[in-house]
Design a protein around this ligand. Structure first.
Ligand SMILES: [Zn+2]
Length: 481
């Protein structure tokens, strides 16, 4: 690993220390992979013990390594194996079809072709592709293309047939099958739990490991040195352990095991974690168990986040809550009692309400001081109201705001919520002023994973088309850092 005699001396830089006592420095000495000194160049040089490698930064900026509070390296890993359908590489349904056609040509007959990352709100057609679009280039190979939010995807006719999905298939609970309004035939679009119906085979261990290495290298390019993986299943956990054993993890990984998610009908890995007596913090510096993940609703872009009022132009259209309070609260209480932190995905007001209520229900079984000390989290927390924020503060919750959403998804929020409600998203200024701990993140691969994008959005509140989601909740660059 790190040789203690390896020294690196950075000079002529603008080094941001985030230490109020000495916020900026010109030079930094690194020894054996650890920062040995930050300050003026002369002193840094005088502290060298060996022959350091010297890098002249010529005025460039150095920031501390980023802690990414919410992303999905294990999903990013598989998306890097999939056909890239993300904007701006793909701008229309025709582009998606072309890219799928290319992959079909390189895939054995009957083999699955997977695509990832389209955003219908950014496509020229402003619509999802359909099974019939995909059939044109793939009459024999099953194809499944997931939307950027991962809450929905489009299957071609072969994939629907292999999965047994027909006009007679009813919508599953918590999910919806998109249908042609005239004929009732499935259009290929599968929303939320309807995605469970698709009979797509899992990736092989070799494929997964190849994808993980691609994803983790990408993290290093973004300057991320610690990453919270928010949805770790058995295969991903095993892969992380193999990579850690062979010293191939370039970043520290914090593991949130799959608890209740949109893809599961049960408590996921919670009974196993509790059964083993696992507690948050188990592991080592490079790979550590963070806790259990719960997903309560979908996305605003996909109109499946559980909001308080109807989506713009909709009627009885308030999104979906995946679980009820009487199912959720006992699971949350079990985790908290067992020393497992919880991280609860809540985007719409109703989901945020449920997340908070489930933790309030746990208070009583566990003293509130103990609940606060755990630093349980709310993921995304896009539309909290004042009362939510007061209760979040009282429970000592960490809000991890996916600020990159504002840039990448903000325009679809304006269409789906209306401008005034879209401006109420991510009240960062209010939360910081209330003393609520706020962490930023990209939710990559939902958004581009560079933390700088999330900081830009937190400061400017600008969407990708340049509209502003209000200005009163903007924060400063230093706060964003
Ligand atoms: Zn996520």
């Amino acid at each position: 690993m790190h040789n203690d005699e390896n020294e690196l001396l950075l000079v002529n830089g603008q080094i941001f220390t985030l230490d109020p006592a000495c916020p900026r420095a010109g030079a930094m000495l690194v020894r054996g992979g650890k920062i040995a000194f930050v300050g003026v160049r002369e002193e840094a040089s005088s502290r060298c013990r060996f022959q350091p490698e010297v890098i002249d930064l010529a005025g460039r900026t150095v920031l501390p390594g980023f802690v990414e509070s919410h992303m999905h390296p294990s999903i990013l890993a598989t998306t890097l194996l999939d056909v890239d359908c993300a904007y701006p590489r793909v701008k229309s349904v025709a582009d998606i079809v072309d890219k799928i056609a290319e992959r079909v040509r390189a895939t054995p007959e009957g083999g699955w072709v997977r695509g990832w990352g389209y955003d219908d709100s950014k496509l020229e057609e402003r619509a999802h592709p359909t099974r019939w679009d995909l059939d044109r280039v793939s009459p024999d190979n099953p194809v499944y293309v997931r939307r950027t939010c991962a809450h929905m995807g489009v299957a071609n006719s072969v994939a629907l047939r292999l999965s047994g999905i027909t006009a007679d298939t009813p919508d599953p609970e918590g999910g919806r099958i998109g249908r042609d309004p005239a004929t009732g035939e499935p259009s290929g679009l599968l929303m939320d739990r309807a995605q469970d119906l698709i009979a797509i085979p899992p990736y092989t261990d070799e494929e997964i490991e190849r994808g993980f290495i691609l994803a983790l290298r990408q993290l290093s390019k973004w300057g991320i040195t610690t990453v919270h993986d928010m949805l770790v299943d058995r295969a991903a956990f095993a892969t992380y352990q193999r990579l850690a054993e062979s010293h191939k993890l370039p970043a520290r990984v914090r593991v949130w095991l799959e608890g209740v998610t949109f893809g599961s009908q049960d408590a996921g890995l919670i009974p196993f974690a509790l059964g083993l007596g696992l507690r948050s913090g188990y592991g080592n510096d490079m790979l550590k168990l963070a806790g259990m993940k719960f997903i309560l609703d979908g996305s605003i872009g996909g109109r499946s986040a559980a909001v308080a009022e109807d989506y713009a132009g909709g009627e009885d259209d308030k999104g979906i809550l995946y679980v009820e309070r009487d199912e959720l609260s006992p699971l949350v209480a079990e985790c908290v009692k067992g020393g497992l932190r919880v991280s609860i995905h809540g985007i719409g007001e109703r989901a945020i309400e449920l997340a908070i209520a489930s933790l309030e229900d746990a208070v009583g079984e566990v003293p509130i001081e103990a609940v606060r000390a755990m630093r349980n989290r709310i993921d995304h927390c896009v539309l909290p109201d004042r009362d939510h924020l007061r209760r979040i503060k009282d429970l000592g919750l960490v809000v991890e705001s996916s600020t990159s959403f504002m840039y990448a998804l903000g325009d679809s929020w304006i269409s789906n919520l209306g401008y005034e409600r879209a401006c109420r998203t991510f009240p960062l200024r209010t939360m910081i002023d209330m003393g609520i701990p706020v962490a930023g993140n990209s939710d990559s691969p939902v958004c581009d994973g560079s933390p700088l994008l999330g900081m830009y959005a937190a400061v400017t509140r600008k969407t990708s088309s340049g509209r502003r989601l209000g200005t009163s909740e903007g924060i400063t660059v230093d706060e964003a850092l």
